[in-house]
Design a binder for this molecule. Structure first.
Ligand SMILES: Nc1ncnc2c1ncn2[C@@H]1O[C@H](COP(=O)(O)OP(=O)(O)O)[C@@H](O)[C@H]1O
Ligand SMILES: Cc1cn([C@H]2C[C@H](O)[C@@H](COP(=O)(O)O)O2)c(=O)[nH]c1=O
Ligand SMILES: [Zn+2]
Length: 203
C-alpha cells in the first residue's frame, strides 16, 4: 500500500477513494487513515452530509461504533470554505453529495491537500452511486473493500435492501440492508420478482 512507501508527511496533494458495499469497512478505513494523519501532526478535517444522522448528528461512526469528530455539511461547496489551511480532508458517505464534489476534491488535491473519500460504490439496485464513480476515475488511489456475504460467506459486492421502498436514499442498518455476493444477490432479486409477480396475479 502506498502509505507505507511515502509516509504520512510531506505528501503532494492526492485523492484516495475507499469504496464498497455497506459493512465493508469503509468508515473504519477512513477513521484509521485520519487518525494516522493526526499522529503525523497533520491538520485534519472530516466532513459528512448532514442528512446522515443514523448514529450521530455530528460524528462519523462505524458499524462497530468507532467514532471521529466531523463537520456535517449540506453541499460539497462548503468543503472549500471550511477546509482552508487543512492538510488532510476526509469525506464520509460521499455517495450522498452532489456531483460538485468531484471538482471540489480536484481543486483541493491540486492545492496540495490529501483528500480521502469514503462512500458506497453502488446503490441497492447495483447502480453506481452519486459522485463515487467519477471520483474513482480521477483518484490517485482507489481501495475497494468488501463485506462478507451474509448468506454464503463469500466476498460481498452489493448492499441488498430488505424492505420494500423504492427511494434511492434511505438511511438504514442491518434491519434494512444486508451485504451479498453477486450470486446470492441475483438469487434474492429473482425470488423477490417472482413473489411480486404472484402477488400481482392475485389482485
Ligand atoms: N457481513 C459483514 N461483513 C463484514 N463486516 C461486517 C458484517 N456485518 C457487520 N460487520 C462489521 O462492520 C464493520 C465495518 O463497519 P464500517 O467501517 O462502518 O463499514 P461501512 O462504512 O463500509 O458500512 C466490520 O468491522 C464488522 O465488524
Ligand atoms: C445501498 C443503499 C444505502 N443507503 C444508505 C444506508 C446507510 O444509511 C448508508 C450507507 O452507510 P454505510 O456506512 O455504507 O453502511 O446509505 C441508501 O440510502 N441507499 C442505498 O441504495
Ligand atoms: Zn453469497
Amino acid at each position: 500500500m502506498t502509505e507505507y512507501l511515502i509516509g504520512e508527511t510531506h505528501r503532494p496533494g492526492r485523492i484516495e477513494v475507499v469504496c464498497g458495499s455497506m459493512f465493508s469497512g469503509k468508515t473504519e478505513e477512513l477513521i484509521r487513515r485520519m487518525k494516522r494523519a493526526k499522529f503525523a501532526k497533520q491538520k485534519v478535517e472530516i466532513f459528512k452530509p448532514s442528512l446522515d444522522t443514523r448514529y450521530s448528528e455530528e460524528d462519523v461512526v462505524s458499524h462497530d461504533k468507532n467514532t471521529i469528530r466531523s463537520t456535517p455539511i449540506d453541499s460539497s461547496g462548503a468543503i472549500l470554505l471550511l477546509a482552508s489551511d487543512i492538510d488532510v480532508v476526509g469525506i464520509d458517505e460521499a455517495q450522498f453529495f452532489d456531483d460538485g464534489l468531484v471538482e471540489v476534491c480536484n481543486q483541493l488535491a491540486n492545492n496540495g491537500v490529501r483528500v480521502i473519500v469514503a462512500g458506497l460504490d453502488m446503490d441497492y439496485k447495483g447502480i453506481p452511486f452519486g459522485p463515487i464513480p467519477a471520483l474513482c476515475a480521477i483518484a490517485d488511489e482507489v481501495t475497494k473493500v468488501h463485506a462478507i456475504c451474509v448468506k454464503c460467506g463469500a466476498l460481498a459486492y452489493v448492499s441488498h435492501r430488505l424492505i420494500h421502498n423504492d427511494k434511492r436514499v434511505l438511511l438504514g442498518e442491518k434491519d434494512e440492508y444486508e451485504p451479498l455476493c453477486r450470486e446470492c444477490y441475483q438469487r434474492s432479486i429473482d425470488i423477490e420478482m417472482k413473489a411480486e409477480a404472484a402477488e400481482n396475479l392475485k389482485l
